[in-house]
Write a protein that binds this ligand. Sequence first.
Ligand code: COA
Length: 260
Amino acid sequence: MVSSNLLVEDRGAVRRITLNRPDKLNALNHATLTDLHQAFEAAGRDDAVRVVVLTGAGPKAFVAGADIAEMNGLSPVQARDFSRHGQALMRRIETLGKPVLAMVNGFALGGGLELAMACHLRILADTAKIGQPEVNLGLVPGFGGTQRLLRLAGRGAALELCLLGQPIDAARALQLGIATRVVAADQLEAETDRVADQLAASAPQALRGVLDAVITGGDGPLEAGLDYETQVFAVAFSTQDMKEGTGAFLARRKPEFSGR
Ligand code: COA
């Protein structure tokens, strides 16, 4: 896929998608949302891709939000479509069925934090700043921020970030459970590669089962979630990788997962 808004590169089974509008701090305009949607569709379809890393180009930002210049001219009907467009992308990422890591190299504000929260793990540089500053613009988060922040970090954190609109630093993001881990900025890439490689060597169907159980199974009441977990647990027994993983443990050797 060729896009001026994104860079896409593969390192083994790890696909890196880089938002590439550094002069606008990688702000999400309509075209970039569309390109991201297509890039995630392609990554989801490609069996050779086992893990996706999402990041932003340039030294300053992961993503500094939805494109304010573009939003300034929207009618309410266009705003509704823009919100739905963004939300559909976030849901596509969340339900991709393979792990997506956000490598947060700087500002993740507004739509940037919403994008990072749709990813399954968030690795932050210690210099990163995250927040939902929409109220400062007379706006409300529209790409799922109120709902994902609530589910990820609880009502207190969701209201603190969305009402006050102040960015928080990486240490506070870790404390609130929004960051998965925080590393020195010069270690961000190496640490993200390390986590991505670990996931790429893991059994893809088992990872998919975990993602399905936590994300889809976790959306309903406990009984339904437990039932969902039983289903994905049983499905794992149909895979060669389950035989390989348990057999390798018993034979005291390292497993080689094929993805089947
Ligand atoms: N939408 C559109 N353009 C944006 C943007 C956004 N969300 N965030 C930054 N930009 C643009 C700026 O307009 C500027 O473009 P220009 O050089 O053509 O004027 C460029 O990116 C660099 O941003 P700048 O503000 O000069 O950088 P800074 O280092 O002084 O400040 C931020 C960085 C992140 C604090 C500041 O850009 C900011 O507050 N951005 C908006 C954050 C926000 O409210 N996001 C939520 C949107 S709903």
